[in-house]
Design a protein around this ligand. Sequence first.
Ligand SMILES: Cc1cc2nc3c(=O)[nH]c(=O)nc-3n(C[C@H](O)[C@H](O)[C@H](O)COP(=O)(O)O)c2cc1C
Length: 309
Amino acid sequence: MEFWLAPLHGITNFHFRNCLNRHVKNLSVAVTPFLPVGATSQINVRRWVDVAPENNRSGEVIPQLIGNEPTHFVDTIRELQKLGYQRFNWNIGCPAAQVVRKQRGCGIMPHPERVEAVVRLVTQETDCCFSIKMRLGLKSPEEGLAILERLQPYPLDFVAVHPRLGVQQYEGKPDFSMFRRMYETTGQNLVYSGDIFDLSSYQYLVDHFPKVRQVMLGRGILRNPFLAEELTTGQMLSDGERTERFAAFYADYIQTMQAARGEHGTLSILKELWHYFAHFCQLSPEALQELLRITDFKEFNERAGKYIG
Ligand SMILES: Cc1cc2nc3c(=O)[nH]c(=O)nc-3n(C[C@H](O)[C@H](O)[C@H](O)COP(=O)(O)O)c2cc1C
């Protein structure tokens, strides 16, 4: 099995990815958070720091694109190919209201003909490896099935599926019965994404979907940065090793972010991350709330340092 880092907008930027690669093994590929496509005259990909080659020297990176205008995909891909990229992923799963409203992200899933139009033009006009990351649908799982049927003639790099509906956001559980219908009907290489948090959720996937060869880990990596290693060996790290390695990862990340974003920018992203790190450090909900109330960077770090051990 290959473990990939899932895109998490606002979190898994190049600073995070590079830091992770310095401390964690077995994450072979990272898909970037989404970048908006545009016509050649509208975009300047050399300003996109998240995909700048000098910022992405560790591990394979697949730029993720968002949009719905076929020619914009061709233009943007050609520009990014000049930076050396050959693989591109299209986000048709983002459920954010402002994205969906513009028929982008998951908002395009009820329109399989529009999805096909993008894929058709990209495969005709470019020589890149193109893939899609989607949900089951926006409102109905029939939407995703219709898209897969339409895309059958196009040899995609992969189709990553997060088996929830857009309207669910992150509520409920992944719908494995609908994922099975996709798994059994499509000829595309399915990459799985969703709620792989520990050995047992991973084992369920392996036992029930043995043809899946790549799994994206998103929130699971935030809850436990060493998850891919543990899933590979089938064993959890010892308590001592977990604490020591997490402390090293955390210190490196803070230092990197502080240099890049300053104290204020770092504090706001740390507050988002601690919702997940709280799980790793076994913080009670009350302790987490107390931590999140702190507004001073130094005080926050002192308190967080105590929880890390
Ligand atoms: C904060 C956050 C940001 C996300 N940003 C993106 C994104 O930019 N592109 C994308 O395709 N999916 C995005 N996702 C979805 C994840 O990549 C993933 O498919 C989903 O969280 C389920 O997997 P997980 O349970 O391993 O996190 C995001 C999810 C979260 C929670």
